[in-house]
Design a protein around this ligand. Structure first.
Ligand SMILES: NC(=O)c1ccc[n+]([C@@H]2O[C@H](COP(=O)([O-])OP(=O)(O)OC[C@H]3O[C@@H](n4cnc5c(N)ncnc54)[C@H](OP(=O)(O)O)[C@@H]3O)[C@@H](O)[C@H]2O)c1
Length: 253
């Protein structure tokens, strides 16, 4: 990834942070984006202290102006955009459909689905103008395929990313821009720890992990490696598809 420039959203935590660290270790200059500036600054300082190039931009993915500014910031800082990882997302409040408020539905869909649409729009503009190709990875979930009770907003947002990814990949493929979707299983991150807190350790240990064929939660670094693979030349013939690093969670029921 030497001389490459990567933009990673949701890099203040979990999978996004691990991805920024891995891309930097592979030689890329990274722009890290999220809403919490302090966490981003800490990550940028850490990367720079190891000799890497990094820049932070505070942006809310559900706001068009912020997303446009984020892509402009990347071009101003590093002159181009080779890779984009659209990872920012929230789990939202889990709620039976009869109790799910319109506001909560909008909040989850605005970040998880509209946010990825906005990112793709401005990232594609930059990549098309540069005429140098590129690779974009969106982050779905095993809930891009599987529903669960009380999860309708989150699950709907993640299902929709399959259609968004395949449509945009077909549009951009003639310009050498690949777009794929990574659908992680249970990954040990702050989001996952919040969910574990809601369902409780007993339910988690009894039902969740036994359904994972590798019998453990994944690590954020393992998802980062999948994302890095999809951005690399090793994946030069892969576009418009999904990869599911889930330890076998979706293999059987
Ligand atoms: N962990 C899992 O088990 C798992 C499984 C499947 C899929 N995923 C997906 O993987 C992605 C990363 O999740 P994670 O587990 O790493 O969660 P996390 O630790 O909670 O990190 C989520 C990141 O998204 C950012 N974010 C949230 N809303 C945002 C907004 N409106 N604008 C900009 N950034 C925003 C957060 O930063 P700020 O709060 O600073 O904005 C944070 O950096 C998500 O899309 C999630 O759905 C996770």
């Amino acid at each position: 990834m030497k001389d490459k420039v990567a933009l990673i959203t949701g890099a203040s935590s979990g999978i996004g942070r691990a991805t920024a660290e891995l891309f930097s270790a592979k030689g890329a200059s990274v722009v890290v984006a999220a809403r919490r500036g302090d966490e981003l600054d800490e990550l940028v300082n850490e990367i720079r202290s190891r000799g890497g190039k990094a820049s932070a931009v505070v942006a809310d993915m559900s706001k068009s102006g912020d997303v446009e500014k984020m892509v402009d910031h990347t071009l101003q800082e590093f002159g181009k955009l080779d890779f984009a990882v659209n990872n920012a997302g929230i789990e939202g409040e889990f709620s039976p459909i009869v109790d799910l408020s319109e506001e909560e539905w909008d909040r989850v869909l605005d970040i998880n689905l509209k946010g990825v649409f906005l990112c793709l729009k401005y990232q594609a503009k930059a990549m098309l103008a540069a005429k140098q190709g590129g690779a974009i990875v969106n982050i779905g979930s095993v809930n891009s395929f599987l529903g669960f009770p009380t999860g309708s907003a989150y699950v709907s947002s993640k299902h929709a990313l399959i259609g968004l990814t395949s449509s945009v990949s077909a549009e951009l493929a003639p310009n050498g821009i690949r777009v794929n979707l990574v659908c992680p299983g249970i990954i040990d991150t702050p989001m996952h720890r919040r969910l574990r807190g809601i369902v409780g350790d007993a339910v988690y240990d009894q039902y969740a992990i036994p359904n994972v064929h590798l019998r453990r939660a994944g690590r954020a670094e393992e998802i980062a490696k999948t994302i890095a693979f999809l951005c690399s030349e090793e994946a030069s013939y892969i576009t418009g598809t999904t990869i599911t690093p889930d330890g076998g969670f979706t293999l059987t029921i």
